[in-house]
Design a protein. Structure first.
Length: 166
């Protein structure tokens, strides 16, 4: 009888631990999915549409933009300025395609293509009407549902060369 009670106790404890682990796994998965959704909103609503309300909802006031050019502010203003005043002015029809996205914990890494037609001045280059694609890899750290840190690499030098060629 005592062995039976011990056996049943072990099964109940095992099931309890498994349920707890499953719930933690579901919570982690849902958090990762929420983080990916924040990145999607930034790309689709802010980069593509220039929606400042979305920008304020998904970017922390204390964000650190590690990709900001040397000597420029690395906070939210650097991100807002580049997207609104530089990128969208040069490429008003900009579209973002997220090609790959991997998330783990509080980080989301995206490989994406930003495509548009150069119909406005971009980084000192007059409109050329050339269609170009920026290939970008971003790593975003999400905290409390907002961008907390950003690292990024792109082929911007290649795009500038293409725009400068006659």
């Amino acid at each position: 009888m005592q062995k039976t009670i011990l056996f049943l106790s072990a099964i109940l404890l095992s099931n309890s631990v498994m349920a707890q682990t499953t719930n933690q796994s579901k919570t982690m998965k849902s958090q990762v999915e929420e983080n990916k959704a924040v990145v999607w909103r930034f790309n689709k609503e802010f980069i593509e549409q220039g929606n400042m309300k979305s920008f304020k909802e998904v970017v922390s006031d204390h964000v650190i933009n590690h990709a900001a050019p040397a000597g420029t502010p690395a906070g939210p203003e650097s991100m807002r300025y580049f997207i609104i005043e530089v990128l969208r002015k040069g490429f008003p029809d900009i579209k973002v395609e997220i090609l790959d996205q991997v998330a783990d914990g509080d980080r989301v890494c995206s490989r994406k293509a930003l495509s548009g037609t150069h119909t406005g001045e971009f980084m000192g280059i007059a409109p050329t009407n050339k269609k170009v694609t920026f290939n970008v890899i971003d790593i975003i750290r999400i905290e409390d549902g907002k961008y907390a840190e950003h690292w990024g690499m792109s082929n911007i030098a290649e795009v500038l060369k293409t725009l400068s060629e006659k």
